[in-house]
Design a protein around this ligand. Structure first.
Ligand SMILES: [Zn+2]
Length: 397
């Protein structure tokens, strides 16, 4: 439902853009040649209505009627092919783009746009070589075609060609004058990971550091850097992880486990307690800090204290199943459960209940874990913890 609404808004935006271009282009062409006034067709209005309300099939039907009346309406063909692609009929989209490209009267921008769109059709259809070729052709017609550059960048990402993706993103950032540090940082991180796999430790470290110098919120770059130093110099690893928490406090929980190990390895396990206490005091709703602290206490034989902490975490976050699970485990550690209850806890522990729900803020894709690149919309750093239930003070999604 929400996905459809989002899609509709997106398509409406594309349509708006194209309509704007159409208007300007129509005016420009009025002197050159006469193109039929498709915009006066009632089916065009109906088609736009379908777009705006997310009724894509209806929009397709109406725009096809417009095309029967005005077979030359380039803009309608562009929108229609987008729609076909969105509803999964990529072959139809390809067909339209190919016939468009066969025309001799396209402007340079129109040709580049059609080529770029064809590239995206091919990418959706999994024909990556053809996609790359179409994007390349689009850029040779118009080197500043953002649509083709974006497509090319995504194509490189899909194929894990991080260096090429990085170069394309750099060009895009320059062209759009946008700050793409976060994406560039993630791409550098991937390049660093590959260097590490190839045994080039120094190149990896360099890449991780450059990622953070571009954008200090690339949290997994700290994790990767700390892992590099974990064995050789745990104190240094701990310092890197502390920087991570300072830079992105809302992701602190992802550093808990390596940080606990780093403190222990450097002979200062009590610093983990101090960190948890500090985070708990800073944010009373931070159940993850409480959870990490409680686990630490329970492992330290202080299950009673752990239980108190968990029960307080539940007051503010009664919907978080992981905290409930931890309460049960702690009760078991306190030896207050009879055999029946023990069996019950064991059963729930094995079930798949304990998801840690995350949601993509762009496309609302859901995942049971923290992912740095959304597998659905392929955007970077867009997943956040999903809030459900009666979390006091929080905004339920
Ligand atoms: Zn997404």
């Amino acid at each position: 439902m929400t996905d459809t609404a989002l899609l509709a808004v997106l398509i409406a935006a594309v349509a708006g853009l194209l309509a704007g271009r159409a208007w300007a282009a129509t005016r420009r062409r009025a002197e050159l040649r006469t193109r039929p006034g498709f915009r006066s067709s009632p089916h065009y209005t109906e088609g736009l209505h379908g777009l705006a309300t997310g009724q894509l099939e209806a929009a397709i039907r109406e725009l096809n009627k417009v095309l029967r009346e005005h077979p030359d309406a380039v803009e309608v063909q562009q929108v229609l092919s987008h729609l076909y692609r969105e509803v999964g009929q990529v072959e139809r989209a390809i067909e339209i783009h190919r016939s468009l490209l066969g025309r001799a009267d396209l402007t340079r921008a129109e040709r580049a746009y059609a080529l770029a769109s064809l590239g995206t059709d091919y990418r959706k259809a999994g024909l990556l070589d053809r996609a790359a070729r179409s994007y390349g052709e689009a850029l040779s017609v118009d080197p500043k075609n953002v649509h083709a550059l974006v497509g090319q960048q995504k194509l490189h990402e899909d194929q894990r060609q991080w260096r090429e993706a990085y170069d394309a993103q750099t060009r895009l950032a320059r062209l759009r004058k946008s700050d793409d540090g976060l994406v560039l940082g993630h791409l550098l991180l991937e390049m660093g990971k590959e260097a590490l796999l190839a045994g080039r430790r120094e190149a990896a470290e360099e890449a991780f550091r450059t990622a953070l110098s571009l954008e200090r919120r690339v949290f997994p770059a700290y994790l990767a850097l700390a892992e590099l130093w974990a064995e050789r110099d745990p104190r240094r690893a701990a310092a890197i992880l502390e920087d991570a928490i300072a830079a992105v406090p809302e992701r602190a929980y992802l550093a808990f486990s390596p940080l606990e190990k780093a403190y222990a390895a450097s002979g200062e396990p009590s610093r983990f307690v101090a960190l948890c206490e500090r985070l708990v005091a800073q944010n009373p709703r931070d159940w993850r800090a409480r959870l990490a602290f409680a686990r630490y206490l329970r492992a330290d034989g202080r299950a009673g204290e752990a239980l108190g902490l968990l029960l307080r975490a539940l007051e503010a976050n009664p919907h978080v199943l992981i905290v409930h699970l931890e309460v049960w485990r702690t009760l078991r550690a306190l030896d207050v459960l009879g055999p029946e209850e023990q069996r019950y806890v064991a059963t729930v522990e094995e079930s798949a209940l304990y998801v840690d729900p995350h949601i993509c803020t762009v496309c609302r894709y859901r995942a049971d874990d923290m992912l740095w690149r959304c597998p659905h919309c392929h955007e970077w750093n867009t997943l956040v913890e999903e809030r459900v239930g009666p979390a006091a003070g929080g905004q339920p999604w």
